[in-house]
Write a protein that binds this ligand. Structure first.
Ligand code: ADP
Ligand code: MG
Length: 347
């Protein structure tokens, strides 16, 4: 592997008794879209602030493009951050907002104008340079914040829940837009480190992701690897539904869409890859329905079915029915149980 753009080695950061980041190791390759995914309070923002230099680690080392920057303040790091609230200057126009960093760096006026034009083109805001932020929609303001960070051509772009303030439809549009922008600037060599608590967003956008829990990294991998081969029960539950099966003293996970559900014919099947139970809950979600099944042998499984020919009434009527659940042997993935300490600290 080439020298990673971002490298964390044994990084730890505590605030009093709270260990926000607890021995994190990770490497992000040049041009990669890398996501820190985890629940609220799991240490994502602190990790990002450590990379940016807004915080210093108590232990460990931070490298950018092979250079040890652990002791450096933010300014000399080749990094820009996009915050959730955008932090645009309200009295400046879009173009002035985007040009701000270049002006501070003393980039000559003519070059400034060209680079602002170029980046506004990339984020599809060409022609809006003279507007004030208050004259823009939420999605447009988000793109100004992105343009302002990218115009400096930083080695690494840090984004902390940048779409968190947008409503669902706009957020989904901006996810696609942000991926397009990332591909457009990949040739310049900008690496994206992205923070979100939204698993779907992480799966959609990332080349690779790190799943955070309690200041630790539980798993690093491609979206497909993390979803299809979760290494432990925490990852299985946080990325996708928590479908944990205890069998033969071992722990497995089966994804809800991999389970076939049919009426229980009363013949108890002695099959490792099947279970019988009763539908306890039905959640109709338009495109699909989610069924929660209490298993006869204890525990529960969530099953998702596309509403191909089912109406909402039919789906909701299924509550209380006895069902047979079956899955392919290779869709039952063995995982390690959740770390013990998680149970202690989750109180
Ligand atoms: P995330 O971004 O994943 O929600 P954070 O990195 O913001 O998590 O926080 C991780 C933990 O560190 C949380 O328990 C949080 O309360 C704590 N924390 C973060 N920043 C500070 C701070 N400046 N002072 C005290 N505690 C903090
Ligand atoms: Mg955060």
């Amino acid at each position: 592997m080439d020298v990673p753009d971002v490298r964390l080695v044994g990084v730890r950061k505590a605030y009093g008794d709270v260990i926000a980041v607890d021995g994190v190791d990770l490497e992000v390759a040049s041009g990669e879209f890398f996501t820190l995914l985890g629940p609220s309070g799991s240490g994502k923002t602190t990790t990002l602030r450590l990379i940016a230099g807004f915080e210093r680690p108590d232990e460990g080392r931070i490298e950018l493009a092979g250079r040890d920057v652990t002791g450096l303040p933010p300014y000399p790091r080749d990094v820009n951050t996009v915050f959730q609230d955008y932090a645009l200057f309200p009295h400046m126009t879009v173009a002035e907002n985007v040009a701000y960093g270049l002006r501070v760096k003393g980039v000559p006026r003519r070059e400034r104008r060209l680079r602002v034009e170029e980046i506004l083109q990339i984020v599809q805001l060409a022609g809006l340079g003279n507007r004030k932020p208050s004259e823009l929609s939420g999605g447009q303001r988000q793109r100004v914040a992105l343009a302002r960070a990218m115009v400096n051509h930083p080695q690494v772009l840090l984004l902390d829940e940048p779409l968190g303030a947008l409503d669902l439809k706009l957020r989904q549009e901006m996810q696609i837009e942000l991926k397009r922008i990332q591909r457009a600037v990949r040739e310049v060599g900008i690496t994206f480190v992205y923070v979100t608590h939204d698993q779907e967003e992480a799966l959609t956008m990332s080349d690779r992701l790190a799943v955070f829990n309690d200041g630790k990294v539980e798993q690093i991998g491609t979206p497909a690897a993390v979803y299809e081969r979760p290494e432990n029960a925490f990852v299985a539950g946080f990325v996708g539904a928590s479908n944990v099966l205890q069998r033969f003293g071992r722990t497995f996970t089966v994804r809800p869409e991999k389970i076939r559900m049919s009426a229980d014919g009363g013949t108890r099947r002695d099959d490792d890859n099947a279970a019988t139970g009763r539908i306890r809950d039905v959640v109709y979600a338009g495109m699909f329905t989610r069924y929660v099944v209490d298993l006869d042998d204890g525990g529960e499984l969530v099953v998702v079915r596309q509403n191909l020919e089912t109406s909402s009434t039919e789906a909701l009527d299924a509550r209380g029915r006895r069902v047979l659940l079956e899955w392919r042997a290779d869709h039952a993935i063995e995982t390690k149980p959740e770390r013990e300490e998680n149970h202690d600290s989750s109180s």
